[in-house]
Design a protein around this ligand. Structure first.
Ligand code: ADP
Ligand code: MG
Length: 323
């Protein structure tokens, strides 16, 4: 099959067709109508086999997750996702793999109403790069740098499950096979919190998506905003499976430093907290208050006895060992 029929077959109709796509896949570039949009949010993420996902990851999951992580960046910015492009490098043409990959990508694209409008297809070691464009026209786009002293810190969902899912491939966990599959599902099929954030954003001061672990990502909010925070670690939301794995909660390290959760961490001013919580009621996803922003710099973690909790390990950093 030629490169062109491959594109035609697997990539030419991903996501619902959109009126604001003037030239879709098939020409030298896509053309979109931005006349109704005053500001675009733009982000790109690359996924490399062996680095971002284990070699045994199913094609469907790679398709799903490579789009999910980009949608999660739009959620963090309070932007409405619109269009994506996809640059994919494949070791060989494997129709079954491509069909599954595009099915995973399409299922999420339909769910969040984004259209694949272009890309590039090359041969080489497996790698997937997705570029996303979102509408950030409404006045209340979100940033990391607007946390204020007194803000309450909220996180969505449960933290640490994805990291445990990854551990379960190489380590014996005290869980049934079904429970381990549940954690692996959290790793492979994150649900970006786009719908939640679009409803909640007028009550939020600052926001980030948790991709490298809460500890590292909350620190990004703190340094960008020039503030500090107090976090009560026993308020960090963790699943039952997490509690069984991490010694009846002796350790919150995986929840604090494990990656791949793709939940949101937001700060909410005290005046808007009640409205924020009311608005969260419409979603299944729980939102948990884990602490508070302080004027004094630094991130202080406290355990149930109000003693300082020190984190072992740190967030994944691609270049840490080089420096
Ligand atoms: P060119 O050589 O002019 O860059 P290509 O042959 O790379 O064009 O691509 C032809 C068309 O298919 C373009 O519209 C391009 O955006 C699209 N395309 C190529 N690969 C992909 C892909 N993996 N996903 C989506 N669209 C793609
Ligand atoms: Mg090309």
């Amino acid at each position: 099959m030629s490169e062109f029929s491959l594109i035609d077959r697997f990539f030419s109709n991903i996501g619902k067709a959109k009126e604001d796509v003037i030239i879709d896949i098939g020409d030298d570039a896509a053309v979109v109508d931005v006349s109704q949009k005053k500001r675009l949010a733009i982000s790109v993420d690359t996924f490399v086999e062996g680095v971002h996902f284990p070699a045994q990851t199913r094609a469907y999951d790679i398709g799903w997750k490579s789009l999910a992580v980009n949608l999660s960046d739009m959620a963090a910015m309070g932007a409405k996702p619109l269009w994506v492009t996809l640059a994919i490098t494949l070791p060989k043409q494997d129709d079954e793999w491509l069909a599954e990959f595009s099915r995973g990508f399409n299922d999420l694209a339909i769910r969040f109403d984004v259209r694949l409008i272009g890309g590039d297809t090359t041969r080489g070691p497996l790698s997937v790069t997705v570029n996303i464009f979102g509408d950030s026209s409404e006045s209340s786009g979100l940033v990391r740098s607007a946390a204020k002293p007194g803000d309450k810190i909220y996180v969505s969902g449960f933290l640490g499950d994805a990291a445990l899912g990854l551990q379960s491939f190489s380590k014996q966990l005290p869980l049934t096979t079904t429970e381990q599959h549940g954690l692996q599902f959290k790793l492979n099929r994150p649900i970006p919190r786009v719908k939640e954030v679009l409803a909640l954003k007028s009550f939020i001061n600052s926001s980030i998506d948790i991709s490298d672990g809460l500890y590292a990502d909350l620190n990004h909010i703190l340094s960008a905003s020039g503030v500090g925070a107090l976090v009560y670690i026993n308020q960090i939301p963790v699943s039952r499976e997490y509690q069984w794995c991490c010694n009846g909660l002796q350790s919150y390290d995986v929840a604090l430093t494990g990656g791949d959760d793709y939940e949101l961490c937001v700060t909410v001013s005290a005046e808007k907290e009640a409205q924020f919580l009311d608005c969260t009621e419409q979603f299944e996803t729980p939102w948990s208050c884990i602490g508070e922003i302080k004027a004094e710099q630094g991130l202080l973690l406290l355990n149930a006895n109000y003693e300082e909790y020190r984190v072992a390990g740190h967030a994944y950093d691609h270049f840490l060992s080089d420096s």
